[in-house]
Design a protein around this ligand. Structure first.
Ligand code: EPZ
Length: 426
């Protein structure tokens, strides 16, 4: 297994470009199954989860062409199978996003139950209940969700909990249903809006994406399209937190400042000077130590849970006490014991992490447990004195495109040690 070796103590300085958003590209790739023509996507990030999704679509019979580093053409018309097998779904829960499109376009889908993951049980009851409300026959047996429908019928769907992929799955299903669907208490994340815009480019009739009420007027067919995936707001926020923690100055380009209000507000509270333009954000910490901030994760536009681990790392070295409340997932503090190994003074009490900032962390061998926890550990390694070795960074590779290369351009001392033969690779 690859590891990352980070020598702390350098302030991040310079410019990086945000990659395409993983959590927009995944539902958008699934949505290509709805089309009866080719869909070309640009700004698709090169990530493990993306290649897993491409493998899944390929297994079903779609033909995918990587036309350039960030450009993928999907030809979905020759599907031969409507199964998302366990061996693929267990490596990436977001595979469940093929459920809605398959039932809507082909009338059948057998998708392995994703099962839980490190951060929580992550049930998919809302996806199943929503499809049933749209008229699908859905049974769950021997670890698979089996859904069948002649044609889905529009319905009024109330989401008991705000669910990002739940909203996305049902919006995709409703796009080809007969009649009108209203999704109430819909997720408002920018990635939901990005998916809606792709669907509209394919001919879908959708209004209200980005609000908690999405209206979908089902259509008979959806055509091909060309679409550019939005930039990754969580990758953007991760680099900005790195600049704040190291006292540096970083500009993230080709990103979307309008998607990060809650995060930028907390960075300003931590003492960062932030300026923004139409597609860039610059954070200047002027060598100062960050001030601790209180965080309360909640659905967009509130503070994103995917930035929680990064702010635990910031609070670990900040001045003062910061209380982090995680309200979305029941087990998303696994980065805390690893930060404690580096000298962080953080106490977890239920869904709260109470962080007493320390003047400095010390390097230690640590282990990544999930995607965003691993990002938090990388940030901690950037400020720790000595060499931090992070194991199991395949978690990081799932959601961050060439993170070490981008950090190297910002002046970090970081190198990947390949798990195979232990050699150092820049
Ligand atoms: C999406 O996961 C993201 N993944 C997650 O990002 C993100 O953390 C999460 O939304 C919250 O913003 C993708 O978009 C691929 P939810 P999702 O359904 O859709 C409960 C990352 O690091 N729930 O919004 O799976 C659930 O247990 C990943 O990039 C049900 O109870 O999350 C959770 O407590 C991690 N039943 C809450 O709702 C359901 O049927 C929100 O989950 C569905 C969800």
């Amino acid at each position: 297994m690859d590891k990352l070796l980070i020598t702390g103590g350098c302030a991040l300085q310079g410019c990086v470009r945000a990659s395409g958003a993983k959590n927009a590209a995944l539902p958008i790739l699934a949505a290509t199954l709805l089309a009866d023509g080719p869909v070309t996507l640009t700004n698709v990030p090169r990530l493990r989860d993306i290649s897993t999704t491409m493998a899944l679509l390929g297994r079903m019979g779609a033909s995918l062409t990587q036309e350039a580093a960030d450009r993928i053409r999907v030809e979905p018309r020759a599907l031969t199978s409507f199964i998302a097998p366990y061996e693929l779904v267990k490596t990436m829960r977001a595979s469940i996003l093929v459920l809605g499109p398959l039932v809507a376009r082909y009338g059948e889908a057998d998708v392995s139950l994703p099962g839980g993951c490190a951060i929580g049980a992550r049930p998919v009851n809302l996806h199943i209940e929503g499809l049933r409300a749209l008229g699908a026959e859905v049974s769950v047996d021997s670890g698979y969700i089996r859904a069948r429908a002649k044609r889905l019928r529009g319905a009024r769907l109330f989401m008991e909990l705000v669910s990002v992929t739940g909203t996305e799955n049902l919006m995709m299903a409703a796009a080809l249903a007969d009649g009108e669907t209203l999704i109430e208490n819909a997720a408002r994340e920018p990635e939901v809006v990005d998916l809606a815009q792709l669907l509209i480019a394919m001919g879908a009739r959708i209004e209200g994406a980005g609000t908690d009420q999405i209206h979908i007027q089902g259509v008979e067919r959806l055509g091909g399209a060309e679409y550019r995936v939005m930039p990754d707001r969580i990758e953007t926020g991760t680099f900005l937190v790195g600049a704040a923690m190291t006292g540096g100055k970083v500009r993230v380009e080709e990103t979307r400042p309008d998607c990060l209000d809650a995060v930028l507000q907390k960075l300003r509270e931590a003492g960062a000077e932030i300026t923004t333009g139409p597609d860039w954000i610059e954070l200047d910490m002027r060598g100062r130590r960050p001030k601790a901030v209180d965080i309360h994760t909640a659905p967009h536009p509130a503070f994103p849970t995917d930035m929680q681990a990064q702010f635990c790392a910031l609070n670990a070295v900040a001045e003062g006490v910061g209380v982090v409340a995680e309200t979305i997932f029941e087990n998303r503090f696994m980065h805390v014991p690893e930060l404690q190994r580096m000298g962080a003074d953080i106490r977890v009490e239920g869904n709260l992490a109470v962080c007493h900032g320390v003047s400095g962390l010390t390097a230690a061998p640590v282990m990544a447990t999930d995607l965003r926890a691993s990002a938090g550990l990388v940030l901690a390694g950037l400020v720790a004195s000595g060499e931090t070795l992070i194991d199991r960074i395949y978690h990081l590779d799932r959601g961050y495109e060439t993170m070490e290369a981008k950090l190297l351009t910002l002046g970090a001392h970081i190198e990947r040690i390949s798990g195979g033969n232990g050699t150092l690779t820049p």
